[in-house]
Write a protein of this length. Structure first.
Length: 400
């Protein structure tokens, strides 16, 4: 006799904030995962843009194991080498550690916390008004939620803190009209991830920089989803479409730890010293195991040239999606891609994909998002190319 499944036990033991999970997964390797029945899947979601190195990467396993065997946690009464080294590496990757550019990092454990810290930092400017974008997603804690535009996420929890004006994403005129000398910061994702990989018009972030500077406001870019090589550069704002702008604050999480929870709020110039002793804190933030994991991620990205892999595999992914007659539009850069279908059957495509052995993701009724591990292989993507027509046919049928 078999007992209750993991799914059954989940339903009676875990709070129902996510709805029933689609699968119970038991192991992974590279860009593949296996469910508790032993069925194999190509993972095109990567834990929602988290598993930079894929599953069970030996360098990540080794780094976490070695650090945990040496010193697992100490609190922020003390510093550790991995924490300081990670701060230095992030500043260097942002170009904020040389010449006149000085930066500082605050570590936390998630994207929403990275944004929460940035929000508190903006309060220290003496101004409280913030301008964010329609379609934005910045997290679920009350401060980050105040910057998240989706009504269904916000409304059950109102009143939310802060004075936030939302403007249409990508619209320079609307941004210019909304930002004035009372504004503490302009908060933007370089590419909107949860909205379905929405890329702003070229030059938008450069204009945002100019508008923020003109009014003495900070430019805060949320790179929680786009950061750490996802789009083919270390940070999306370093790309040509973004004008190579220098923000004042960058928030990171997701891919930074490759699956180990970590968030980082990075600020430069005057913004780097706005938070002082007693202004903010975190018991776990900067934990040496999480920092060692992040250092391993950065090392492997460099040593295995995953920046080039993100670009090359990203082109392959974009091409296979564009070749599909039922895909109307392909968006994004590197291994962060959106596909707009010719009808409202994206959730059915996710279900059909699962049946065919692919973990897919829908961000809306007609929108698929692809954020796989950066180690996904050409063969994995060839397999998707072969299966996609059948998956979309089945999905259309299921939706009709
Ligand atoms: C751009 C962006 N910011 C913040 C978050 C929140 O991150 P977390 O779920 O780690 O709190 C997300 C998560 O999807 C995100 O995409």
């Amino acid at each position: 006799m078999t007992g209750p499944t993991v799914q059954d036990r989940y339903a009676s033991a875990v709070m129902n904030t996510f709805g029933p999970p689609a699968l119970a997964l038991s192991r992974g390797l590279g860009a593949r995962v296996w469910d508790t029945d032993g069925k194999e899947y190509v993972d095109l979601l990567g834990g929602i843009a988290v598993n930079t190195l894929g599953h069970a990467h030996p360098a990540l396993v080794e780094a976490v194991t070695a650090q945990l065997s040496t010193l697992g946690h100490v609190s922020n009464f003390f510093s550790t080498e991995p924490q300081v080294e990670l701060a230095e590496r992030l500043l260097s990757l942002l170009g904020w550690s040389s010449g006149s550019e000085t930066g500082r990092v605050f570590f936390s454990n998630s994207g929403t916390e990275a944004n929460e810290a940035a929000l508190k930092l903006t309060r220290r400017t003496g101004r409280t008004r913030l301008v964010a974008a329609e379609g934005s997603f910045h997290g679920r804690t009350m401060g980050a939620l105040a910057l998240t535009s989706k009504a269904a996420y916000r409304e059950p929890f109102e009143p939310l803190p802060g004075d936030v004006t939302f403007v249409p994403y990508g619209d320079v005129e609307a941004l210019a009209a909304a930002v004035d000398d009372t504004c503490a910061a302009v908060v933007l994702e370089p590419i909107q991830g949860e909205a379905g990989v929405v890329v702003p018009p070229a030059g938008y972030l450069t204009s945002a920089r100019e508008i923020a500077t003109k009014h003495g406001a900070l430019l805060w870019l949320d790179e929680v989803q786009t950061g750490i090589a996802r789009t083919g550069t270390w940070f999306a704002h370093q790309q040509e479409f973004a004008g190579g702008v220098a923000p004042d604050v960058v928030t990171l999480a997701k891919g930074l730890g490759g699956g180990i929870p970590i968030g980082a709020t990075v600020a430069r110039g005057d913004a780097a010293t706005l938070l002082g002793p007693g202004n903010h804190g975190s018991t776990f933030g900067g934990n040496p195991v999480a920092c060692a994991a992040a250092l391993a991620v950065l090392d492997v990205v460099e040593q295995s040239d995953l920046l080039a892999a993100a670009r090359e595999r990203g082109e392959q992914l974009a091409a296979l999606l564009a070749a599909e007659p039922h895909v109307r539009e392909v968006t994004g850069f590197g291994l962060m891609r959106g596909a707009e279908l010719d009808g409202d059957y994206a959730p059915q495509a996710v279900a059909a994909g699962r049946e065919a052995g692919f973990i897919l993701n829908a961000t809306g009724p007609s929108r698929l998002r692809f954020v796989p591990p950066l180690v996904i292989t050409a063969d994995d993507l060839d397999a998707l190319a072969s299966a996609l027509p059948g998956i979309l046919d089945q999905a259309r049928e299921a939706a009709s």
